[in-house]
Write a protein that binds this ligand. Structure first.
Ligand code: HEC
Ligand code: HEC
Ligand code: HEC
Ligand code: HEC
Ligand code: HEC
Ligand code: HEC
Ligand code: HEC
Ligand code: HEC
Length: 393
């Protein structure tokens, strides 16, 4: 540890001498200051100058990872933008000190010792408005060790946040605030044109939390990909060459209850922007209903089917989180998961893609029709397209 700090300080000094670049040195030195003086100022402080970003960001899930219970129980819109968390029937408000999540899929509860409540009825699922069991093997409680992925400037320092024995580690702020991604803001806020904030566009920066285990495997259980592993999924595909933020703008919400115009802001590039040929071949499909039906599928309905699960599955082949595998295996015998069911094979199979809507059909039916979904203009089986060409001449 000492060595590392010395090295960083020497690098800082060297930079000062060699490059004479004041700004870099300030950054290097802030990095080696003890955490107490590291200069975190909180998202609210950024709003003074970045008010639009702040207002939109407060409607995303990131800042709501860990919440004081009295705020979480407030009516919709008074704390969470789209939800309100209910209390398990056998508890009173005094039993619950904090709520984990509650922004979108599910909520879990923390007691006055900082421990997570486990066992029957200790997880609330929004989609079904039901309480279900959570980690019954540890009931009635377990320690809260989830900080590295849920907090701003988490420190695995042997300490306990707020001095509560169940809260493992310490941190600057509850939830993923601006400074978790952009670094401490005190110096920048004091002189924004002198001190830049960190901007890290790499998938690894998001993958720090949107990961499960080793990145080259895709953990699964009970017929679904597990949640929070978008980076594992993407890593196995050709989209590995992209960054998460090529598609995502994390300052805007993707909550399904948000107006579509707002959700649109959260996606920088749509599939159609890059895949011109496949967009055209999709528009040439021989399955007319896929273009005309009010329930017709979009690119992401098929290529990002909900094959992952966070809270609760909606049907045999429908989870509640969109997959980031994109690739579809059209073989009727292809298996989505390894034989032991513990990992996904790295592509979507047709029951998760087609049978989510065509619930009464079989995988064999889907396989027979899947080559009709994208049809090349001019290809021999594309009758509607060729007759169109003739009629316009
Ligand atoms: C006093 C006003 C002020 C405050 C407070 C402030 N900023 Fe800024 N910020 C600016 C200005 C002005 C710029 C544009 C600077 C420039 O163009 O060089 C900027 C730029 C940025 C950038 C882009 C940097 C780049 O290299 O393009 C980020 C990221 C950023 N701020 C994040 C934050 C965060 C996070 C906070 C809160 C911790 C914050 N800012 C607080 C005024 C402020
Ligand atoms: C989950 C990580 C994350 C969080 C949290 C986050 N940002 Fe960003 N921010 C980014 C990334 C990544 C970029 C670069 C986006 C790009 O280039 O496509 C960025 C870009 C910016 C920029 C410069 C470009 C722009 O969009 O204006 C500003 C300013 C900024 N962020 C401010 C903020 C403020 C203020 C907050 C909190 C209210 C915040 N960010 C929260 C990841 C984050
Ligand atoms: C420190 C951990 C962490 C980092 C870093 C992080 N995320 Fe997240 N992300 C989360 C957690 C936890 C949630 C769930 C928030 C909730 O619903 O309570 C989430 C939610 C999301 C959502 C859904 C948000 C919504 O409003 O519906 C998107 C999209 C997302 N993250 C993308 C990204 C991208 C892209 C990056 C990198 C720029 C990133 N995340 C960086 C932990 C992180
Ligand atoms: C490796 C990082 C990581 C760890 C460790 C982690 N989470 Fe998460 N968690 C995430 C991300 C990312 C999301 C949102 C994206 C997703 O679910 O695919 C999330 C989502 C959640 C949600 C749903 C939030 C909502 O608004 O619906 C809850 C609840 C949750 N986590 C609880 C926990 C608990 C409890 C622990 C510890 C026992 C834990 N998580 C550990 C990364 C993590
Ligand atoms: C920024 C541009 C970009 C965007 C946006 C984009 N893609 Fe891609 N996609 C690519 C590139 C580049 C490849 C690799 C092409 C190749 O090597 O032939 C690719 C490959 C793919 C593949 C094959 C993956 C594999 O591993 O075999 C599928 C399927 C795909 N994209 C679907 C989609 C869908 C669906 C969307 C919208 C959610 C989308 N893409 C958005 C650029 C993009
Ligand atoms: C009804 C489901 C469905 C919809 C909707 C759909 N696709 Fe596809 N897509 C498929 C199937 C199935 C394949 C595999 C075709 C094959 O192998 O012959 C495919 C193949 C692709 C590929 C080639 C992947 C590779 O391995 O090279 C890309 C890229 C792609 N689609 C993009 C898109 C885009 C962009 C849209 C929206 C305009 C879209 N798809 C809409 C089902 C769909
Ligand atoms: C090729 C584009 C693309 C890339 C790359 C991409 N995403 Fe996504 N992601 C999307 C789209 C599209 C959605 C669905 C948006 C919607 O709800 O309409 C989505 C949804 C999500 C969600 C919410 C899941 C849900 O079911 O609503 C999370 C979390 C997320 N992405 C995280 C990430 C992370 C982390 C990365 C990088 C490891 C990443 N994404 C890379 C396009 C992309
Ligand atoms: C988001 C929902 C959705 C998805 C996903 C979807 N479809 Fe469809 N599809 C429809 C609707 C709606 C119709 C028109 C109503 C009907 O006939 O059931 C339709 C009609 C069809 C038809 C013509 C009517 C028939 O029943 O013979 C075929 C063939 C077809 N789809 C094949 C596929 C294949 C193959 C896939 C997967 C690669 C797929 N669909 C994925 C919604 C979907």
């Amino acid at each position: 540890m000492r060595w590392k700090q010395l090295f960083v300080i020497m690098t800082a000094v060297a930079l000062l001498l060699i490059a004479g670049c004041e700004r870099k040195v300030t950054e290097q030195i802030t990095n080696v200051l003890p955490a107490e003086s590291a200069g975190y100022i909180g998202s609210q402080a950024c709003s003074a100058c970045h008010s639009e970003t702040y207002i939109n960001f407060k409607r995303t899930g990131h800042p709501y990872k860990l919440n004081y219970a009295d705020s979480a129980f407030l009516p919709v819109g008074e704390y969470y933008p789209f939800t309100s968390v209910p209390l398990p029937a056998d508890l009173t408000a005094d039993d619950v000190f904090m709520v984990i999540g509650g922004f979108r899929w599910k909520a879990r509860y923390i007691n006055n010792q900082g421990e997570i409540l486990t066992g029957d009825d200790r997880q609330y699922n929004f989609a079904t408005d039901e309480f279900v069991a959570y980690d019954a093997s540890t009931a009635p409680t377990k320690d809260y060790k989830c900080g590295p992925c849920h907090m701003t400037a988490y420190r695995d320092d042997g300490g306990h946040q707020l001095g509560l024995p169940g809260l493992i580690g310490t941190w600057e702020f509850n939830g993923i605030q601006c400074e978790e991604c952009h670094g401490p803001g005190q110096l920048h806020a004091a002189s924004p044109y002198e001190v830049d904030m960190k901007i890290d566009r790499s998938s690894e920066a998001c993958g720090k939390c949107h990961i499960r285990g080793a990145v080259n495997k895709i953990p699964a259980s009970n017929g679904f990909i597990k949640h929070h592993e978008q980076w594992n999924e993407m890593f196995t595909t050709k989209h590995q060459a992209l960054q998460c933020v090529d598609c995502h703008n994390v300052h805007y919400t993707l909550h399904p209850s948000a107006p579509q115009t707002e959700r649109d802001m959260a996606i920088n590039l749509n599939c159609e922007n890059c895949h011109l040929a496949e967009t055209e071949s999709f528009e040439n499909t021989t399955i007319d209903a896929h273009l005309t039906s009010p329930f017709a599928p979009t690119c992401i309905d098929c290529h990002m089917a909900r094959a992952a699960k966070s809270a609760v599955a909606m049907d045999t082949y429908v989870g509640d989180i969109r997959s980031h595998l994109w690739r579809i295996n059209t073989d009727s015998t292809a298996e989505m998961f390894t034989e032991d069911g513990k990992y996904a094979n790295g592509y979507l199979t047709l029951e998760y893609v087609c049978l989510q809507c065509h619930t009464t059909e079989t995988k064999g039916w889907a396989a027979r029709h899947s080559s009709d979904v994208h049809v090349n203009p001019g290809a021999p089986n594309n009758e509607s397209s060729s007759s169109m060409t003739i009629s316009t001449r």
